[in-house]
Design a protein around this ligand. Structure first.
Ligand code: ADP
Ligand code: MG
Length: 562
């Protein structure tokens, strides 16, 4: 059986082809969405999905999310005593989805079509294939996410068409313009913002709530409280999709803080963020040399496009309504399953992959001076995302201190203002003649070619000297032997039996609430947890089931009361 998988930054989904249509497969908790979160429990066993997500704040050292951002890089994540590569973490998510399908259909799953963002570089695509291999899946096809969306919406059935895919997920915004022509699907341009999604909207709402409470709240920077505020913000944001107003409330230690929000107020709060959706759209249209009027369709993808606010904004930007008869967070998995079915019949849709643009900005670390004050760790992009390769650009920087003898150029890839949030690629130490601060100027030239090679050339006009560093932009790709070794290591990891996951999720939730609550409420949670654990010890399936739903009901009530 071939499955279609949407390996998302926030959530992952799996679908199969059944009775002539794509069908999503639920996980052990009955949900189609499995959070892309991985963790270890205190015994070193692997936790994947909702249970790990519950532990993100309570066990930050043992839990990790958003690793898709690091695919194809050598960035490793420490969980307890172990260190994981991004493809290993992805493999654990894939494994869990694979197990869900095997449990649902009682058949082994050995092959998958996995979706990747259109802008994924060669290294990132390779890393995704490796993740599949590590999960025991043969991945003989990757599909671009916007192409998958097109398949789900049925756009590919038209002979010739040009359309735009607007994908706003949990932490990323992607715009792609595609063209179907002569039986081939081509991504004409892709653009976006790697740090803009539903979770940023939640942060903005939290900020507004905290401001409106003007100092009345307990310390909102405290991680657990912050997490609760964000969850509440998400609830309010989702609720405002169905109703005109919703109340943001926080209860802590017997006190309560409430604020009512209307749709219109939400719009005003989110306005600056929603404004940022405009730029990437314009850039993609410009890059593809296509006018809005030439687009045959606008497709909505990503959970955040469920918001009426976002839909209205899209309608306004394009002067027409987008296609929205499907669940936007499910379309990519559906499309991947359609591709899998086509593949089984040897009729897979042909795609042209976007390889002739530089997918990320690349630049260096700088220090900015504001009067007396120095701010280090700032990012200065030299080559900007989405420019056509090969490309060569130059920027000037100066020495910072009197009699400085060396400039250490640290090179990064990414879009963040601070280099710590970008991916480190390499460094080059350049000796400079000792002069007054700012007197020595360096010309830093970056040249990037189709093979993913980045060449950094530094010239010092004052001395005529130059230095050079070549960075292979895919140091992250594993060799065959490394893959084999990783596979072995992963197999050694014990994964919780899936049946138990409903219980571990609940225990994690109890634990989180215990940490969040104080006083009587905390004792109450403690009692619930103790009772539940005792029932678990009893190993009576039916009793556990009944007790579990009772506890869940009480916790739902409790959390609604927050
Ligand atoms: P990704 O592609 O990043 O893995 P998804 O497409 O699953 O993520 O989108 C996740 C985001 O969608 C979350 O920020 C979530 O709050 C948002 N979302 C899901 N459902 C809704 C809804 N009904 N209203 C508003 N936002 C929603
Ligand atoms: Mg997505």
């Amino acid at each position: 059986m071939i499955v279609g998988i949407d390996l998302g930054t926030t959530n992952s989904l799996v679908a199969v082809w059944r009775d002539g249509a794509p069908q999503l497969v639920a996980n052990a908790l009955g949900s189609f969405l499995t959070p892309s979160v991985v963790g270890l429990d205190d015994d070193g066993q692997v936790l994947v999905g909702q249970v790990a997500r519950e532990r993100l704040q309570t066990h930050p050292q043992l839990t990790t999310a958003l690793f898709k951002r690091y695919m194809g890089s050598a960035h490793e994540v420490r969980l307890g005593k172990r260190s994981f590569r991004p493809e290993e973490l992805s493999a654990l998510v894939l494994k869990s989805l694979k197990a869900d399908v095997e449990r649902a259909f009682g058949e082994p799953v050995s092959e998958a079509v996995i979706s990747v963002p259109a802008y994924f570089s060669d290294a990132q695509r390779k890393a995704t294939r490796v993740a599949g291999e590590l999960a025991g899946l043969k991945v003989d096809k990757l599909i671009n996410e916007p192409t998958a969306a097109a398949l789900a919406y049925g756009v590919h059935q038209k002979e010739q068409t040009t359309f735009l895919v607007f994908d706003l997920g949990g932490g990323t915004f992607d715009v792609s313009i595609l063209e179907r022509f002569d039986g081939v699907m081509e991504v004409r341009a892709s653009s976006g913002d790697n740090f803009l999604g539903g979770e940023d909207l939640d942060d903005a709402l939290v900020k507004s709530f905290v401001e409106r409470q003007a100092g009345n709240l307990p310390d909102a920077s405290q991680p657990l409280l912050r997490q609760r505020l964000r969850r509440e913000a998400q609830r309010v944001r989702h609720a405002l999709g169905q109703q005109d107003s919703a109340t943001f409330s926080l209860r802590d230690n017997g006190r309560e803080w409430c604020e009512a929000y209307t749709q219109e107020q939400l719009r005003q709060i989110l306005e600056p963020l929603l404004e940022r959706l405009r730029g990437p759209i314009e850039r993609a249209l410009r890059d593809a040399r296509i006018r809005v009027a030439d687009l045959d369709e606008i497709l909505l993808v990503g959970g955040t496009t469920r918001m009426p606010l976002v839909r209205k904004l899209v309608a306004g930007l394009f002067g027409r309504f987008p296609s929205m008869h499907l669940n936007p967070d499910e379309v990519i998995a559906q499309g991947a399953a359609i591709q899998a079915a086509l593949k089984a019949r040897d009729a897979a849709l042909e795609e042209v992959v976007l390889t002739d643009v530089c997918p990320y900005s690349m630049g260096i670390e700088t220090t900015q001076q504001h009067g007396e004050h120095f701010e280090g760790g700032r990012y200065l992009p030299i080559i900007e995302r989405n420019c056509v390769v090969p490309v060569s650009r130059v920027e000037q920087v100066q020495t910072l201190h009197d009699n400085q003898r060396e400039v250490l150029l640290k090179i990064f890839q990414g879009e963040s203002r601070l280099v710590k949030d970008n991916i480190f690629l390499g460094e080059l130490s350049v000796p400079v003649p000792p002069r007054k601060a700012g007197e020595v100027v360096l010309d830093v030239r970056f040249t990037y070619d189709n093979n993913g090679l980045l060449e950094a050339d530094v010239k010092i006009p004052m001395t005529g000297e130059s230095h050079r560093l070549v960075i292979e932009n895919n140091p992250g790709v594993l060799s065959r032997e490394e893959v084999a070794a990783k596979l072995k290591a992963l197999e050694g990891l014990k994964v919780h039996p899936r049946e138990q996951q409903v219980n571990t999720v609940l225990l994690a939730r109890l634990d989180r609430l215990y940490q969040e609550c104080l006083g009587e409420m905390r004792e109450y949670v403690d009692r619930l947890a103790g009772e539940f654990q005792r029932v678990l010890e009893g190993q009576d399936e039916r009793q556990i089931r009944e007790h579990r739903s009772a506890v869940i009901q009480r916790l739902d009530e409790l959390e609604r009361g927050f």
